[in-house]
Design a protein around this ligand. Structure first.
Ligand SMILES: Cc1cc2nc3c(=O)[nH]c(=O)nc-3n(C[C@H](O)[C@H](O)[C@H](O)COP(=O)(O)O)c2cc1C
Length: 170
């Protein structure tokens, strides 16, 4: 059993090394393997290497700085058209995002998940920068690259909180 769930950490500083195309494909495949409500799979992905575009995207929120520093950004998107369970698209996207983050650890990559939705103004900013139609919902930006931080990525972290667990009845 791999410990990637325990060792994954948000990485916000990256080397200049580009992420290989095969690895990008593996990240996207992992994301698309996620469970979704009624198997509706509302996700789409925008893969961005272009530095100017990443710099612009980094202005989406005060916390999106890693987008400018990483060699790669993946914008997680939802297409709400024809969904069986439209109210679940955010949960679907969250599952896909976590899959991607965990596969990145497998591949020696670091990532950080930067929240976007449901802030309409932030979604609109990203739509404008990336030429995304109004019907598509930007959910998150994932900055991705080879970590330069000596971060915890290889250290096991235990966040178990006994008091948060209830058995049989709250
Ligand atoms: C919904 C969501 C939004 C987040 N937004 C940001 C963000 O805008 N900028 C950032 O640097 N980190 C962001 N993070 C990363 C969290 O700060 C990070 O996951 C948390 O501090 C725990 O640290 P760890 O990922 O290293 O375990 C976000 C994480 C989630 C799940």
């Amino acid at each position: 059993m791999s410990d990637h769930i325990e060792t994954r950490r948000s990485i916000r500083h990256f080397s200049k090394k580009m992420v290989e195309k095969e690895k990008v494909m593996k990240l996207l495949k992992a994301a698309m393997q996620a469970p979704s409500a009624g198997n509706q799979r509302p996700w789409e992905f925008l893969v961005i290497e272009d530095e100017d575009k990443r710099r612009e995207l980094a202005g989406a929120t005060p916390h999106a700085g890693p987008t400018a520093r990483a060699p790669l950004a993946i914008v997680m998107l939802a297409n709400e058209e024809d969904l069986k369970y439209p109210e679940y698209w955010q949960q679907d996207l969250a599952a896909a995002t976590e899959n991607l983050l965990l596969r990145a650890v497998d591949l020696g990559l670091g990532t950080v998940w930067m929240g976007v939705g449901p802030e309409e103004s932030v979604m609109n900013y990203i739509r404008k920068v990336c030429n995304i139609p109004a019907s598509i919902k930007p959910f998150a930006i994932i900055a991705c690259g080879y970590p330069v931080e000596d971060k915890e990525q290889n250290r096991l972290l235990d966040r178990y909180m006994e008091e948060r667990v209830h058995f049989e009845s709250y």
